[in-house]
Design a protein around this ligand. Sequence first.
Ligand SMILES: [Zn+2]
Length: 241
Amino acid sequence: MHFVRDRYNRAMLFRSHVTVGLCGAALVARFQPAWLTPSWPVEAGWAQLRPLIESGAPWFTGLVDGAVHLWSTSGLAPLVETPIAYLLLVAVVGFGSLLPDIDHQSSRINRMFGTSRGLFGWLVHRFFRIFVGPHRTVTHYGATWLGLSLAVGYFLPQLWSPGAPYAVAFSIGYGLHIAADMLTERGVPVFGPFIKRRYTLVPDLLTFPTGSWREYATVLALFLFTLWAWGVWGWIVGWLP
Ligand SMILES: [Zn+2]
C-alpha cells in the first residue's frame, strides 16, 4: 500500500475533478449549440428501446409500459423533463470526470463502487496493475480519451436517439480530467503509448502538487470564471448594497 501514500502517486482530489468537470459543462452550456441541448423524452425513448428488450424479458416490458403510461398521463412530464435532462447531463459529466482515476485504488470512483477494499478491490487493483498499467497511464492517454469519446459518440445515439448531448458531456468530463491532471507537477503521458514523456499544460513553474493550496486556488479561479461567464458575478455584485 506504500504507493498510495506516495505524494507523487496520489490522485488529484475528487472534488477538484468534479468541480473542474462541472465548470466545463457549465461553460459549454452557456454557449451550447441547439443540438447539444439535452432532452429526456420518456415516451419516445421507451418506444425506441422497447423492441430491444421485448424478446428477452416480456414481463419487464409490460411493467415499464405501465410506468411510462402513468408518467405520460400524470401531467408531470412537461414540468420536470427539462430539469431531469440537465441533472442527467451533469451526472454524466461527473461520471466522465471521475472515470480516468479508476486506475487508482483509493480514488473516489473506486470507493463509490466498492472496488477499493477487500478481495474484489484487490483483484481490480491487480487487474489494473498488470493489464492496464500504473496510475495515470492508459486511462489518461489522449488516445484513450479519443477512442472512448468516438465509441460513446457513435453507439449511444444509435441506442437512444437523444443520446448525443450526453455523449458529448461524457467526453468533456473525461477530457477535463486529463487536462486538470496536466496542471499538476507530475504531468500526464498524454501522447502515450507512443511517447512515454509526461506533459503538463503550463510551464513547470506554474504546476502544483496534488492536494496543495494551489490546486484549490486554480479550481476556485475556474469556478469564479464560470460564474462570471454566466453573468452570476455581475448579478451578485449588483445585488450587494
Ligand atoms: Zn487522474
